[in-house]
Structures are given as C-alpha cells and as structure tokens.
Ligand binder design. Structure first.
Ligand code: CU
Length: 435
C-alpha cells in the first residue's frame, strides 16, 4: 500500500500512525489497525460499488457495527449460455456465488448454511483471518454437515480483490461451482476512484455434450470456459463512457488453467494482486494480464477509445464452446473426395473442418446441423457485420462518447472511413498491389 502523508491526514492522527506502522511492518497489504474498531463503510459515500457482470452483490445487514452476511450452499439449475445448462452447486442459487463487498476495517460475520448432500466449508482466499476462521476442512475446523449452519467472524484488515470457495473436497465442489468474489474497498483510497469497477471470476468446466452435470473428474480437457459462470454469447458486455476510469478485477479459480486476459483498444496497468496493491512506480503497461489459478489481478485504464472492444482469454481453446480435442486433423482435405470415399459406408456423413471450424457454430445456430441436446459446440453469436466465431471466455467492452445510461448501447457505428472494407480497384492500382 502506498500511502502518502496527505492521505494520512484524511485518516486522522492516531489511525494514521497505526496505518503507517501496518504499511511498514506487514507485507500483505494490511493498512488498518486490527486492534481498533471502525464504523461500517457506506456504499457511494466510502466506495463506488463493484459491478459483477451476470452476477450480483450479496446483501447484508448491519448488527451492532458488524456487517452480517448469509451464504447458502445449494444445488441449482444454471445456464452457461442459451442452449447449455447444468445442475451446479451454488451459493444462494447463483453460479458463481454473489460477490461479498465490504470496506477495509469492517467487522464481518458470515453465516454459511449447507443445503447440499455433502459436507462443505468456506475458505476466504487471500484474506488475513484468524487461523480457525480459514475454512480448511479438517485443518481449521470440522466440515459443515448437511443441514448445519456455521458462523465465520473476522475483521477486514486489507483492501483489494479476494475470493471465497469450498475448501472441502475441492476437486468436486469447485468443479461444480462453489466459489465467489470477495471485494474489500480501501478505507482511505490512495488514488482516484474508478467510474466503473467490474469484477470477474474465471473458471472452467467439463460438460459432455448431451449431459446435465459438470464432470468434476476431468483434469485436462475443459470445454466450457466461463466469466462469472457464463460463456459467450451468455456473457454481458461491459459499458463505459469515453474517458471513464475503468477498473477490472479478475479472480481465477479454474481447476488447472491460467488465463491470459487480453483487452483490445486500450493499454492498462496491473494495480493489485490478492497479495496487495502494487506501488505506482512498480506498475507497467500491458494489454494482456496473466491470471494464474488461485490468484487475482486488478487492472485500471482510462477508456479513451470509443468502440466495441473484445476482452477475452488469449488461449484460443479457451474462447471456443465445447470444442472436442480428439478429432482428426481435416485441414486441407478435399471435402468432395472425402465424401466420395466414405459414401458407401456412411451415406449421410459430411466432411467437416477441411477449412477450419469457424462456420460450424453458424450452421448449428441456423439449424443446419444437428447436435446432441444441451450442447453448444463451436457456437458463437451474430455480430453487427458477420457471425462472431468466438465462445467461452469472451466478452465485449463498449465505450461510447454519449450514453444515457450504462445499459447495453447496442453495436458501435464506426465513423465513415474508420472500418476495414473490400479494397477497390482504384486502391489496388494506386498502391500497385498485384493479385
Ligand atoms: Cu484461458
């Protein structure tokens, strides 16, 4: 935490002393005095509330200066994108669980009710809590049995982006969805507040086409890659006004994969990890940030470039829906020759993939190709100019000069002369392009 003397004055004398002592002696971002009591932070006044696209914030009540939350672990029918749903394990009926949001110095009490058939626990990833509140089944506590309600209580000593998730039979319970984000706003922000503050939890699943349960035994071949539990085209766009200061928080609780999250049209700084804030002098500009599994990364930028901008994981197999990986390589084969060869054995077979997979989603979306029920292999979405051949961890940042609200403004209208088009004969001739 970089905290200037001027910021310190805002904190007030004694508290500032404690905060500075914290900043100097603790490496983990603690900036409040854990022995002091703070009044509960107030939304809009103390912080700009975070936006969880496709999700929500967990409501709370204040009881005697403590913010009281209630998480309920339960099974739910979840839709990843139109055409693909599954029975998942949720908190409060949402995949992933609602975002817990509070302010540094807040005292929180979080009840966890287990409505699953299996025992569970909740771990507060990245938060400095007493050992017995850390939620590791068997190590910090006994597991919460079906029907029981446990109580976790601690003070938030840091600010930043953290996560919560099951820490009991993790392989199964996290693969089925038991996870959420935990955002803690600073008590005394060092820099300007963001205009738009978005939070994403990244995850991965294996859904065998035609089935309705994610497969927790899968270790390598994940075929549904999600932003806040949704794969494109199920992902909501991010909307910003030109010159808004935008913060995007990424947490990754995928079973096995790291995700290089890439933003088009802008450069950003990585400002925080779940270990704490990165001092301004240690930040550098990027267009892609690698979010390792079990980590959070927060980026900030000024949205100074109007348009529709892709934001996605840069692993190409993570921006496809239900891609199968045990297919023969068909690239370059002559489809007619293939069909002639197989006609006597497989009269209804269709040679596919000889020039790529891009058209497959479109054929499925248009009903030209039958696929197993409850599956969206290679499905993308119709865009303003053509079919968008993307899926999985893909969404769109929409930056506009004029906005009446932050609702989806529709597609960007590129000003004349600012869009790629077919080259004219005059262009080719002028620039001496030989075809
Ligand atoms: Cu990825």
């Amino acid at each position: 935490m970089t905290i200037s003397r001027r910021d310190g004055l805002k904190l007030g004398g004694a508290a500032f002393g404690a905060a500075m002592a914290g900043a100097v002696t603790r490496a983990n971002g603690q900036t409040v005095d854990p022995t002091r009591t703070y009044s509960p932070g107030v939304a809009e006044q103390d912080y700009v509330p975070v936006i969880t696209p496709n999700g929500s914030a967990l409501p709370f009540e204040i009881v005697e200066n403590t913010k009281v939350f209630h998480l309920i672990a339960e099974e739910v029918d979840h839709v990843f994108a139109p055409g693909l749903s599954a029975k998942c394990w949720s908190y409060n009926g949402q995949v992933h669980g609602p975002t817990i949001e509070a302010v540094e110095g807040d005292a929180v009490r979080i009840y966890v009710t287990n409505k699953l058939k299996a025992p569970t626990t909740v771990h507060w990833h990245g938060l400095i809590v007493p050992s017995g509140m850390d939620g590791v089944g068997g190590l910090s506590q006994r597991a919460i049995q079906p029907g029981e309600t446990f109580k976790y209580e601690f003070m938030l000593r840091q600010h930043g982006t953290f996560m919560y998730h099951s820490h009991h039979d993790e392989m199964t319970q996290m693969a089925l969805g038991l996870m959420g984000l935990f955002v803690v706003h600073p008590r005394a922000p060092a820099g300007p507040r963001p205009d738009r503050d978005f939070a994403y939890l990244l995850s991965e699943w294996h859904m065998r086409p035609g089935t309705y349960r994610p497969d927790p035994n899968e270790m390598t071949d994940f075929n549904v890659l999600t932003l806040n539990g949704k794969c494109f085209p199920g992902t909501a766009p991010l909307v910003a006004k030109t010159n808004d200061r935008v913060r995007i928080r990424f947490g990754n609780l995928s079973a096995m994969d790291h995700h290089p999250m890439h933003l088009h049209g802008h450069t950003f700084n990585v400002t925080e990890t779940d270990g704490g804030p990165i001092s301004e002098t240690a930040q550098w500009p990027e267009t892609t940030v690698l979010v390792p599994t079990g980590s959070t990364r927060t980026i900030e930028f000024i949205a100074d470039n109007p348009g529709d901008w892709a934001m996605h994981c840069h692993m190409t197999h993570h921006v496809m829906n239900q891609m199968g990986h045990d297919l023969p390589n068909m690239i370059g084969l002559d489809p007619q020759a293939m069909q002639a060869l197989t006609a006597s054995l497989l009269p209804r077979a269709m040679a596919m993939g000889t020039d790529g997979m891009g058209d497959m989603g479109k054929h499925i979306a248009m009903g030209h190709m039958a696929v197993p029920e409850n599956s969206i292999p290679m499905v993308g979405a119709q865009g303003p100019h053509d079919y968008i051949t993307m899926g999985g961890m893909f969404t769109i940042l929409k930056v506009r000069d004029q906005l009446d609200s932050y609702d989806d403004p529709g597609w960007y209208q590129a000003p004349d002369g600012t869009m790629a088009t077919v080259a004219s004969d005059a262009d080719l001739e002028r620039d001496n392009i030989q075809l």
